[in-house]
Design a protein around this ligand. Sequence first.
Ligand code: THU
Length: 165
Amino acid sequence: MSEIKNISISYREFQNHNELNAEDQELIKVSEEAARSAYAPYSQFRVGAAVRLESGRIVHGANVENAAFPSGICAERTALAASITNFPDDRPVTLAISAISDDGSVAEQVTPCGNCRQVIAEEESRWNRQIRILLAGKNKIIELDGIGQLLPLQFNRSSLRPDRP
Ligand code: THU
């Protein structure tokens, strides 16, 4: 007999940056600065991402657009591609994401697109550890324990080879 299943997510919401520890505040600042370096001539939507690695090192990225629109890439993926390729043995612990408005001020929080969720999921499954995510907006900051909250029932390496974890 069929059955309705429910998936619920929970996350923490902060009203103010001061409620976060100094490391997280720093990470968010780096993501905001990264957003300023976005190349977004088509959407004018500037996003920055900053990954804190286990060593404490921070790697950042921003969206890079292209006249051939699908060739553009999001901030989350440029940041993760940079950390994975430059520091492959240093595990990502926290990922902060910010956007900047046209006037240069911090915008409302943005949430990663489907492609980026999948890429974050891949990095979690490579390490078999969650990546904490901070969606940092001007009025609030959302903290997620991992990508599972944004991408439930995900397809990952264990789906590909269910017999080999
Ligand atoms: N974008 C990101 O970089 N990250 C997100 O989380 C959402 C969207 C970029 C892609 C594109 O360059 C622009 O924002 C508008 O979609």
